[in-house]
Write a protein that binds this ligand. Structure first.
Ligand code: C2O
Ligand code: CU
Length: 471
């Protein structure tokens, strides 16, 4: 039951996908041929990973570190990534948020066979849209991403607007309880049994990390007073995080890779759901060291603190004296919309789908997470034809948050709880909280079979998945 719904499926690969070495270039893609090629090798391997001075875990990594090797390319590049699997379990790489051909999407049993121990696979795609992305295994994600099989992918603009540009991947670990074996089941049991739902699913995690490091082990950001840096946050974990910045220091500039326009002042609090990416422009307010840190109301908050120091202080700042500001009440994002919309106004729709999210019990198997009362692969598909405008109304009748993520496309979030947004936002993940309702629209313009699933990977592996299926 703990295996991915896809892990046993053996599907024949389409002819144009090669297991290794040969490329889309070879098969005559003219567009690719004229572009700069950026090549990377990622080896999935087991490594002892030091989270802080006194905590280490046995991690599964891409190239020996957590997160895996950070990938940076420039918009317009043609990207080739050779994956080699040195683990004892099959893996893949999913390019979260990247619009690419279906065969490169890294979903085992759906878009490719999982890459078996000792085997390799080459991923190829065009880095067309600048922004923040990430990559992770999509094989048995609730375990493999949890154990460290993830990394960042940044597609830089041709002319970057900020002198400093940093990526921060957030995660949680259950170091004390041998996370590797017990976390998922334990967390799930507690979550399912508790009355107040989400709070309890977090009890298993005793350690938070930023870029694989916790507390004082987190690298300080070096910035002079008055300087502005682009900070790209990615949530690779299971829980929503709330980062608090010094008052007036930050502005959200992108969400899920799409540029955001701000109307009115920004909050100093950034809420980021599992799977989500949010970029901010951060300006250091004072000469003295400052801190960006998890809302102190969240358990283990002290682990997730990024010191911001200027040149002289870098060696000598008093870490323990830095305190996180208090969060201002305004939520981020409420008045911000995307710069580029998919639809200028409410479109005529060709396909309408109501997606209701809930929790249930499966005979003999414990908790399940459902779409329209069904568990994947029995969830109703979203059947589309190329060119269709698809409307999905998402409701949450359960007690937990469900960050719903669509592969291969972006959607426009048009309304929340029945009220149209004045400034719609274009994303590929929307965190649907209990009793909330969102309406999203997307254009079916990328052929293939694409997952639409909860990015709490425990929920996905326990059924909360459907497929956008091109007829
Ligand atoms: Cu981060 Cu199915 O994806
Ligand atoms: Cu969920």
């Amino acid at each position: 039951f703990f295996n991915s719904p896809f892990s046993t499926s053996q599907q024949t690969l389409p002819a144009e996908v090669r297991k290794d070495g040969t490329s889309i270039l070879d098969i005559g893609n003219q567009e690719a041929g004229n572009r700069p090629v950026k090549t990377f090798s990622l080896t999935a391997q087991e490594k002892a990973w030091q989270i802080s001075a006194d905590k280490s875990v046995s991690a599964w990594t891409y190239n020996g570190t957590v997160p895996g090797e950070p990938l940076r390319v420039t918009e317009g590049d043609f990207v080739k990534v050779h994956l080699k699997n040195e683990l004892s379990v099959p893996v893949t790489i999913h390019w979260h948020g990247v619009i690419l051909p279906n065969q490169m999407d890294g979903v085992p049993g759906l878009t490719q066979d999982a890459v078996q121990p000792g085997e390799s696979f080459t991923y190829e795609f065009m880095a067309n849209d600048a922004g923040t992305y990430w990559y992770h295994s999509h094989q048995h994600s609730s375990k493999q991403v949890d154990k460290g099989l993830y990394g960042s992918l940044v597609i830089e603009e041709k002319e970057p607007a900020y002198q400093q540009d940093q990526t921060y991947i957030l995660d949680e670990w259950a170091v004390n309880q041998d996370k590797q074996n017990t976390t998922n089941m334990g967390g799930m049991m507690m979550g399912s049994m508790s009355r107040d739902g989400e709070a309890d699913t977090k009890q298993m995690y005793d350690t938070f990390t930023v870029n694989g490091k916790s507390g004082e082990a987190i690298d300080p950001l070096q910035l002079e007073a008055g300087e502005t840096a682009r900070l790209r946050f990615i949530n690779a974990g299971y829980q929503q995080h709330r980062l608090v910045f010094p008052e007036g220091s930050m502005e959200v500039i992108a969400a899920d890779g799409e540029k955001v326009v701000n109307e009115g002042p920004s909050s100093n609090m950034l809420e980021i759901a599992p799977g989500e990416r949010i970029d901010v422009a951060f300006t250091k307010q004072r000469e003295e060291a400052e801190i960006i840190g998890e809302d102190p109301q969240i358990k283990n908050a002290q682990d997730m603190r990024i010191p911001v120091v200027s040149g002289e202080e870098a060696e000598s700042f008093a870490y323990n004296q830095l305190s996180v500001s208090s969060a201002s009440s305004k939520e981020t994002g409420t008045s911000s919309g995307s710069e580029d919309l998919l639809f200028k106004e409410t479109p005529e729709t060709d396909v309408s789908y109501h997606m209701d999210l809930s929790m249930g019990m499966d005979m003999g198997e414990g908790m399940s997470f459902q779409i329209n009362n069904k568990v994947f692969p029995n969830t109703p598909l979203i059947p589309v034809s190329e060119g269709d405008v698809v409307k999905v109304r998402i409701t949450n009748s359960g007690r937990l948050n469900h960050p719903m993520h669509l592969h291969g496309h972006r959607f426009q979030v048009a309304s929340k709880n029945g009220e149209a947004y004045e400034n719609p936002i274009v994303k590929d993940l929307i965190n649907v909280k209990p009793d909330e309702e969102y309406t999203v629209y997307f254009k079916a313009d990328n052929r293939g079979e694409w997952l639409f699933h909860c990015h709490d990977n425990n929920h996905a592996d326990r059924g909360m998945i459907t497929i956008v299926d091109y007829q």
